[in-house]
Design a protein around this ligand. Structure first.
Ligand code: GLA
Length: 746
C-alpha cells in the first residue's frame, strides 16, 4: 500500500550535510503546514515526517544507531529538533543499549527488551547489531538502510506518512547478503517510541467466538503486555490494534497514540515500559515458533505497522483510523463504493439450501429493497452438514440439478446481484479433495491431525495447493455471474508442519501461507475486477489491515443479537470503520440468546454499520415486510453518511448504563444521523438528553425522525450549536427501544 505522492526534502548525504530540496512546489519547508500534504525532511542527522497534525522525527546517534527524537503534535517547520545523542547507561548491570530509544534493534550487545530482529547464523552466532548506512526517498517512502556491524544482514526500514491523517506506516525488509542461509527468529515492522512518561493507559480489544471486540484497559507500568495470535491467522482473542492514552484522556479529549498491524497470520504487538519510563511498542510476526529460513540473496518483508496520534481523545483516534481505512487501505480507496444492502441465507436455511428455497427467499428479499442476494454454506460437494464437502467446489447436483444458473438468473431478474459463500483454505477429511491429497493439509509426520469444526487447514504455502485454490475460485467466478464472495475461515491451526520441505524450512509456513492467501486474493481481484469480497472467520476472526487491503467488507461476529451487537460494534469501531462492518437483521427471538426484540430495534442496531438481512423472510408477516421496506429505504438515504462519515460514539453501550448512542456526520458536515438505544427503563427516569457532536455550529439543520418519538417542544430546525449544546430529548421507555434521527443542513 502506498500513500499518495508528497513533496520531499531530500538529503543527498546524511551526517552533517545540509538537505537538498528536490520538490519544486514544496521547496520551502515552511510551506508544509496542516494542508493535507506529507512532508519528509532528511537533513543533517535527522529525519522528519510531517503531515496533518503530526510530526515524527528520528536520527542517527553518535554510535550509528537509529534513535527516536519526537512523535507528537505537529511542530513548526523550522523548529529545532534535538540532536540524537545516546543517553548514558544508568547501571552497570544494564548495558547502555537498553536505555537508548531505538527505532529498530537487532538482538545483540546485551539487549533485554523486545528486539525488532533476531537472527541465527549457521556458525551459531546470534549477535546482531544494526547501524545506519544510508537513506533515500522514492515515491514518498523514506527508506533507511541499516546493516549489522560485521555481517551482511541488511535491513531496509520504510517510513511513509499519510497526508490526511498523519498516520505513519512502517515496514522492514530483511535481506540476507551473506553466502549462507540464516534463520530469522523474530522480525518486526519497527518499534514506536512514545514520549517518556508513566502517565499512560493501554486500551486493547479482546474477545472470543460470538463475543468479539470487548474493550479492555490496563495501566502501562514497568513490564510488558503482549497482544498476539499464535493460531496462524488474525484471531478474535486479541485484535492487532492498540491505543495508549494519557491517563486523563477520554472519548472526546486528550492525547492518544494508536496503531494497527496489517497482517493476517500469527502476529504480536508488545507494549513495554522500560526502567527509564520509556514506552516501546513493537509489532510484527509472532516470534513464537517462528524461524524463517532466508537463503543467500533472499529477503523477508515484515507486515506493515500503522500508527498515529491525536489530542482529540479516543473518538478522534478512531476517526483517524476509519479515514485511513477508507482512503488508503480498502481495495476501492480512496472512494469505496457504498456497501449494497445484502441478504444472506445462513440463519434462515443453515446447510439446507436448494434452488426453490433460495429463489423463494430471493423474491422476498427483493421486495423489501435488498440489492445483493448471498447464498451461504451448503451449495457444493456433499455439504449437508459441517462434516463433509469442504474442498470440493463443485455445485451439489441434488440441490441444484441445473447448476447455479437458474438461481442466479432469477436473482438478476429481481434486480439484485448474486453472492456466494466459500471457505477455500479448508478441507473436510470426508471430501474428494482430501481423499486424493491427504498430504495437502498442515500436518506433522506421524502425529495426529487435530480437527476443528470437523475440518483441517490446507497448506496454502504449497505451490500446488495455492494453484488448486486459485483455480477452483477462478473457475467458479468465470463460469457464473457472481458479484460477491463471502470468504470464510472457520478454524485455527494445529500441527503447523510442512513435511514436503526440509525441516529447517518448515516454519516458513507462517509467512508463505499468508502471502499466498494475499496472492490469490490479488490475482482474483485482478482477473475479476468487479467481484467484491467479504472476510469472515467464524465471525470476526480475520479483521486486520492486511486482509482489508484485499477485501471490501468484514463480518464482525456470528452473534447477530441486536443488543449484543451494540457492544460488539462499539468495540469494532475503536479500530475499524463502520463502512466495512456488516450487520444483519435476523429473527427474533435471537438464536444466540433467545432474546426478543422488535424489528425496528433490530434494524436500527444493524443500520449503524453496513446493513444486511439474515432472517427467514418466508416467515415474516406483511407488517414485518412493510417495516423492513421502509427502514431499508431510509437506510439507503443515510448510508453514505453512516459508512463514509465521521463516527461519534456519544454514549458507549459498554458504560454500564441503560442507554447508548452513536452519531455519524458526513465529511462536509451537511448530514448527520443519530441512533439512540434504550436497554431497559429503570425507576421512571427519562431518557438522558442527547447532545450531538461534530456539526457546524453556525449552520442550520433540519431534523427528521426515522424511528421513535421526541419531546413535544423539540424544534424541527435549529443551529448546529443548538443540537450540540441544548441537545435533544427522546421519549423512550420500556425495554430494547431504538430511535433514529437525521439532521440535514438547510
Ligand atoms: C461461519 C460464518 C457464518 C456462516 C457459517 C457457515 O460460522 O461465520 O456466517 O457462514 O460459517 O458454515
Amino acid at each position: 500500500m502506498k500513500f499518495p505522492r508528497a513533496c520531499v526534502r531530500h538529503g543527498l548525504a546524511i551526517l552533517g550535510t545540509m538537505a537538498l530540496i528536490v520538490c519544486g512546489a514544496m521547496n520551502d519547508a515552511r510551506a508544509a503546514t496542516h494542508d493535507g500534504t506529507a512532508h519528509i525532511d532528511v537533513s543533517g542527522r535527522v529525519f522528519r515526517l510531517d503531515a496533518a497534525k503530526v510530526t515524527y522525527a528520528f536520527g542517527v546517534n553518535e554510535k550509528g544507531q537509529l534513535q527516536s527524537i519526537y512523535w507528537g503534535s505537529r511542530l513548526a517547520p523550522n523548529d529545532p529538533l534535538p540532536t540524537p545523542v545516546a543517553p548514558p547507561g544508568r547501571d552497570a548491570i544494564d548495558g547502555v543499549v537498553n536505555v537508548i530509544p531505538q527505532e529498530y534493534t537487532g538482538w545483540g550487545e546485551g539487549l533485554y527488551y523486545e528486539p525488532d530482529l533476531k537472527v541465527t547464523f549457521p556458525d551459531g552466532n546470534r549477535d546482531l547489531v544494526l547501524h545506519y548506512v544510508s537513506n533515500s526517498v522514492h515515491d514518498n517512502v523514506l527508506s533507511i538502510v541499516m546493516k549489522d556491524i560485521e555481517r551482511a544482514i541488511v535491513v531496509t526500514l520504510q517510513y511513509e506518512i499519510d497526508p490526511g491523517t498523519g498516520i505513519v506506516r512502517r515496514s522492514a525488509v530483511v535481506e540476507n547478503q551473506t553466502a549462507t542461509p540464516v534463520i530469522v527468529e523474530q522480525a518486526s515492522a519497527g518499534t514506536w517510541i512514545l514520549p517518556r512518561s508513566h502517565d499512560y493507559t493501554l486500551r486493547y480489544l479482546a474477545g472470543r467466538w460470538a463475543g468479539e471486540n470487548d474493550i479492555y484497559e490496563r495501566p502501562v507500568q514497568p513490564g510488558k503486555t503482549v497482544l498476539e495470535s499464535r493460531r496462524g491467522s488474525t484471531g478474535m482473542q486479541n485484535e492487532p490494534w492498540f491505543a495508549i492514552r494519557r491517563n486523563d484522556a477520554n472519548e472526546t479529549h486528550g492525547q492518544v497514540w494508536f496503531g494497527a498491524l496489517a497482517w493476517s497470520g500469527s502476529w504480536q504487538i508488545a507494549i513495554e515500559q522500560d526502567q527509564a519510563e520509556q514506552v516501546r511498542v513493537t509489532g510484527g510476526f509472532n516470534p513464537f515458533d517462528f524461524g524463517y529460513k532466508l537463503a543467500p540473496g533472499a529477503s523477508l518483508q515484515t507486515p506493515s505497522f500503522y500508527a498515529g496520534l491525536t489530542s482529540g481523545g479516543m473518538g478522534e483516534a478512531s476517526r483517524l483510523m476509519h479515514r485511513l481505512e477508507l482512503t488508503r487501505i480498502l481495495p476501492q480507496a480512496p472512494h469505496p463504493r457504498a456497501r449494497p444492502v445484502l441478504y444472506n441465507s445462513w440463519e434462515a436455511t443453515g446447510f439446507d439450501v436448494n434452488e426453490a428455497g433460495q429463489i423463494a427467499l430471493a423474491e422476498r428479499a427483493a421486495s423489501i429493497g435488498v440489492e445483493r442476494f448471498v447464498m451461504d454454506d451448503g451449495w457444493f460437494g456433499a455439504r449437508n452438514n459441517d462434516k463433509a464437502g469442504l474442498g470440493d467446489w463443485t455445485v451439489n447436483p441434488q440441490k441444484f440439478p441445473h447448476g447455479l444458473k437458474p438461481l442466479i438468473d432469477r436473482v438478476h431478474a429481481l434486480g439484485m446481484d448474486f453472492g456466494i459463500w466459500v471457505e477455500p483454505e479448508m478441507v473436510n477429511p470426508d471430501s474428494d479433495l482430501y481423499r486424493a491429497h491427504p498430504d495437502w493439509v498442515l500436518n506433522m509426520t506421524g502425529r495426529p491431525r487435530t480437527l476443528g469444526r470437523n475440518q483441517m487447514v490446507l497448506n496454502l504455502a504449497r505451490p500446488d495447493v495455492r494453484a488448486y485454490v486459485f483455480h477452483a475460485l477462478d473457475k467458479l467466478l468465470s463460469e457464473n455471474q457472481i458479484a460477491f464472495i463471502k470468504w470464510d475461515y472457520n478454524r485455527s491451526w494445529s500441527e503447523p508442519g510442512w513435511p514436503a520441505v526440509p525441516p529447517d524450512q518448515q516454519k516458513n509456513v507462517y509467512v508463505d501461507f499468508v502471502r499466498n492467501v494475499y496472492g490469490i486474493l490479488e490475482e482474483l481481484r485482478h482477473k475479476h475486477p468487479n467481484v467484491e469480497i467479504e472476510s469472515c472467520s467464524s465471525g470476526g476472526g480475520r479483521v486486520d489491515l492486511g486482509i482489508m487491503h484485499l477485501t471490501d467488507e468484514v463480518w464482525p461476529s456470528d452473534n447477530t443479537d441486536a443488543y449484543d451487537r451494540l457492544r460488539i460494534q462499539d468495540g469494532f469501531t475503536q479500530a475499524h470503520t463502520p463502512g466495512v462492518m456488516m450487520a444483519w437483521v435476523t429473527d427474533s427471538p435471537s438464536s444466540m440468546n433467545g432474546r426478543s426484540m422488535s424489528l425496528e430495534y433490530r434494524f436500527l442496531s444493524a443500520m449503524q454499520g453496513s446493513l444486511g438481512v439474515g432472517a427467514n423472510l418466508t416467515k415474516w408477516t406483511a407488517q414485518d415486510m412493510a417495516t423492513a421496506k421502509r427502514l431499508i429505504a431510509d437506510y439507503k438515504a443515510i448510508r453514505e453518511t453512516v459508512q463514509h462519515g465521521d463516527l461519534y460514539r456519544l454514549v458507549s453501550p459498554d458504560n454500564g448504563s441503560e442507554h447508548s448512542a452513536t452519531e455519524s456526520v458526513s465529511p462536509d458536515k451537511a448530514h448527520a444521523v443519530l441512533f439512540a438505544f434504550l436497554h431497559s427503563s429503570t425507576e421512571g427516569y427519562p431518557y438522558p438528553t442527547v447532545r450531538l457532536q461534530g456539526l457546524d455550529p453556525d449552520a442550520r439543520y433540519r431534523l427528521r425522525v426515522l424511528q421513535g418519538t421526541l419531546a413535544e417542544r423539540t424544534p424541527t430546525v435549529a443551529s448546529g450549536a443548538y443540537w450540540m449544546n441544548v441537545g435533544i430529548d427522546i421519549l423512550m421507555r420500556g425495554d430494547f427501544q431504538g430511535t433514529a434521527i437525521t439532521f440535514d443542513r438547510e
